[in-house]
Design a protein around this ligand. Sequence first.
Ligand code: ADP
Ligand code: MG
Length: 263
Amino acid sequence: MGWLEVSGLSVGYGPVRALREVSLSVPAGAVVAVLGGNGAGKTTLLRAVSRTLGFHRGTATGTITFDGRPTDGLSPSRTVAAGVVQVPEGRQVFARMTVADNLRAGALLAKRADAARALARVHELFPVLADRARQRAGLLSGGEQQMLAMGRALMAGPRLLLLDEPSLGLAPLMAARIADTVREINAQGTSVLLVEQNAALALELASRAYVMEVGEVTLSGPADELAASDEVRRRYLGVVDETAAADAGRAQEAARTLGRWAP
Ligand SMILES: Nc1ncnc2c1ncn2[C@@H]1O[C@H](COP(=O)(O)OP(=O)(O)O)[C@@H](O)[C@H]1O
Ligand SMILES: [Mg+2]
């Protein structure tokens, strides 16, 4: 039994079936990754866990338990209070508010003393957020906005952090920095459910991973085993299939030959 346990989860948005019988678990203290392309249902899974499907007119069946308790019936803010906090896809910082006010917004549900401690931790993890405290969040770079979105989530004192494609649109160096901080946040005792299209980065961070395709989990296992599997290497790690490459080479050769004969 996992600490977060998702079991037989199906989600629809009106007539659109987004998830079908998805089951997954996150052990306490772990980083678990969910890989999959656009539309696989990764964001929907996180919304179900954070109890925010209602904001998107989504409805779910199945069960989700966190720390031994079913979460159905919890409001989104109760879910945050229980320690489950989502960092949304595309950062979604409050662009016209200052960096400091964005962080303050993340602590709305926290006690004053806890908020002060959380702010010190966030500034230690992301010193740039202290340097830019009085700047508008919209003026930050993409990587800095990702840091702010993560910092804002940390202000609520999560026990389980839900990260939705934190590396999306970032240069490799910035993505690597974000990965380092995920590692550090986890080392400080926060568990992480990480959704990524960047399979290489996710498999490096996670101990266990799930692969999703069109709403279903198609593969799962220890991250190192998935990273070594042919299927994952070919489809998600961009490792070239030699047979396919040879076929492509032959096709090109044939096209050149035909081209020479063309009138
Ligand atoms: N609010 C919504 N209304 C209708 N369909 C949606 C909504 N959000 C997502 N979907 C659909 O659900 C499926 C899964 O989407 P999503 O969870 O965003 O996938 P991913 O995050 O893996 O790209 C897609 O087919 C998408 O079009
Ligand atoms: Mg998504």
